[in-house]
Design a protein around this ligand. Structure first.
Ligand code: UDP
Length: 160
């Protein structure tokens, strides 16, 4: 029979994907997760929490000092978020493409932000902007034992 092999290491990149409070209030958690799942990405971590101001500030530390920073931290810590880790080939860059531009009005049609959002401060979702950011954010939001290592039955049909 045909042997199907799977290069696990090349396809194990991880990104931190978070449905922000506006997305949770609007019932868009399933829509976000569905996009990543149907693309072929593997969910390896997920939790719902109301982030503390401290956690929100650490998450957005690169924006500390900018005019929108206080509002951003207030908003992120104002309600429940769904923090996820998705795994797969090029998931960081492809995840950003699937999410769309920061300003939803400038996001390409078919992206999450274009399909579900209008205002920049209500753009429903966060996704890591680099592999380095992803590693920092995953370590900030998750303990190592909250991330699952497993093989999906379909991986040989997603990856050649
Ligand atoms: N943001 C904002 N006003 C701005 C710039 C950013 O409200 O002028 C918010 C917006 O919700 C964005 C988040 O701050 O998603 C983080 O900004 P970043 O530039 O990192 O955008 P992202 O990586 O989320 O596309």
């Amino acid at each position: 029979g045909t042997t199907v092999s799977f290069a696990a290491s090349a396809n194990s990149e991880r990104s931190f994907i978070m449905v922000k409070p506006d997305g949770v209030h609007r019932g868009l958690v399933g829509d976000v997760i569905k996009r990543f799942e149907q693309r072929g990405y593997k969910l390896v971590g997920i939790k719902v929490l109301v982030p503390s101001r401290e956690l929100a500030s650490k998450h957005y530390a690169e924006h500390d000092g900018k005019p929108f920073f206080p509002k951003l931290v207030d908003f992120l810590s104002s309600g429940a978020v769904v923090a996820c880790v998705f795994e797969g080939k090029d998931v960081v860059k492809t995840g950003r493409t699937m999410i769309g531009a920061t300003n939803p009005l400038a996001s390409a049609p078919g992206t999450l932000r274009a399909d579900f959002a209008v205002d920049m401060g209500r753009n429903i979702i966060h996704g890591s902007d680099s592999v380095e950011s992803a590693m920092r954010e995953i370590a900030l939001w998750f303990n190592a034992d909250e991330l699952a290592t497993y093989a999906t039955a379909t991986q040989a049909w997603v990856y050649e």
